[in-house]
Design a binder for this molecule. Structure first.
Ligand SMILES: [Zn+2]
Length: 410
């Protein structure tokens, strides 16, 4: 194994520890780095025998034993009774992440809902709470209080603190204080969400904030429907349409971290509607929640996917409206397929429930994409159901621990 080889334990992302063998300045740094590699393998794979850890990490057997013992002493993993046969014919100890004890607090702030969960090391959802919020009432103090209302019982039930806090938001995020630069559907501009939420929760723990699409694609790539894919597009959003993109196994961030705002691709500038971002005819104005309700004549507050399903089973006008929304969804997907040549497009967020109703129209439109990338792409629903962004938020919170397990000792 060379210094540039990837450890075969799942996709590698920049916020994770690098491959075994990456040059380190001191022996201690190398040890800490390798502790991170092993903990990350356990986080992604779940319970794994020491002999399998040895095989996939490329570290030698005695090093793995010493390091897993250190992780166990730090309370991060449990070394269970020997199972099966190890490489040398001896039983191999099973090492598993201590999910109940080592957990992250994940928060998903949407336009019409807020969710919070305890997510254990290994990606297990231990406890989850959610509340609805009326659209247009996304003013920051109220949202913070809603989050606090969800988090309090989670913390009380846990009995111990999380290793970190991660938050998913439907907006563009930049800067170390978790600054939400723009969240059009919440009417947020330059909101230092990380700092404000830490103050609201009265915690000194770091609060990491990420875009819901970026976090959704990260989670699906790590442990969802795209775990075997290197080029992935994830559609996010609850009212509007967001996205997260992974190319060549790496998140596509752009210069400032704002890449992936696929909902603001202009697709219908001549006759489309105004978008909350200020432009006319953005993709989300044709396929977002409001577009569905407008196309079908459904009253405000209706659930878009249910409206579409009812219209699809109804009369000619209803079916025409469904076809229109489905075609617009397909137009955008075909553009993305032409530009990015993804292996998989995941219909998350708002589109998760809409896609099954619209699939035939999306596929009909996709037929107009360039033949080579069109033939390679598969269309999929999320493997993590509606929790991709929430689980991705937990990954943000786990990142410091996985980078330096004993430096962030719990
Ligand atoms: Zn827009």
């Amino acid at each position: 194994m060379t210094g540039t080889d990837r450890v075969d334990g799942g996709p590698w992302l920049p916020w994770m520890p690098g491959p075994v063998g990456t040059p380190a300045v001191t022996q201690d740094e190398m040890r800490r780095h390798n502790l991170g590699v092993l903990l990350r393998l356990l986080h992604v794979r779940g319970a794994t025998s020491r002999s399998d850890l040895t095989a996939v990490s490329g570290l030698n057997r005695s090093t793995v034993k010493a390091l897993t013992t250190e992780l166990a002493d730090a309370g991060l993993v449990l070394e269970a009774a020997p199972v099966g046969r190890g490489g040398a014919g001896r039983p191999s100890i099973l090492v598993e992440p201590r999910s109940e004890q080592v957990w992250a607090l994940a928060v998903d702030i949407g336009v019409e809902h807020v969710a919070a969960a305890r997510i254990g090391l290994g990606g297990r959802v231990l406890d989850r709470r959610e509340t609805r919020q009326p659209r247009g009432r996304g003013d920051v103090p109220q949202v913070l209080r809603r989050v606090q209302g969800l988090v309090e019982p989670l913390l009380a039930a846990a009995g111990r603190d999380p290793v970190g806090i991660g938050v998913a938001v439907p907006g563009m995020v930049g800067g170390p204080s978790g600054l939400v630069r723009l969240a059009p559907n919440l009417s947020w501009v330059d909101v230092p969400l990380g700092r404000l939420l830490a103050a609201e929760l009265g915690t000194s723990l770091p609060v990491a904030v990420g875009n819901e699409g970026d976090l959704g694609v990260m989670a699906e790539h790590l442990r969802g429907v795209a775990a075997d894919a290197a080029d992935v597009i994830y559609l996010a959003g609850e009212v509007g349409l967001g996205g997260g993109i992974i190319i060549g196994g790496r998140p596509l961030t752009g210069a400032g971290g704002y890449a992936g705002e696929i909902g603001h691709m202009s697709v219908n500038p001549a006759t489309g509607r105004m978008c909350p971002c200020g432009r006319r005819g953005c993709w989300e104005t044709e396929v977002g929640a409001d577009a569905v309700l407008l196309a079908t004549g459904a009253p405000a507050g209706s659930a878009p996917a249910e409206v579409l399903a009812a219209q699809a089973a109804g009369g000619r006008a209803g079916r025409a409206a469904v076809r229109r929304v489905g075609r617009w969804l397909g137009v955008g997907v075909a553009n993305l397929v032409n530009v990015f040549n993804p292996e998989v497009v995941i219909f998350g967020g708002l589109t998760r429930r809409m896609f099954p109703v619209l699939e035939q129209y999306v596929r009909a439109e996709l037929a107009s994409a360039l033949p080579a990338p069109r033939d390679q792409v598969r269309l999929a629903l999320p493997g993590l159901d509606g929790d991709s962004s929430l689980i991705g938020a937990a990954e943000l919170a786990f990142a410091p621990l996985l980078g330096d397990p004993l430096g962030a000792r719990v």
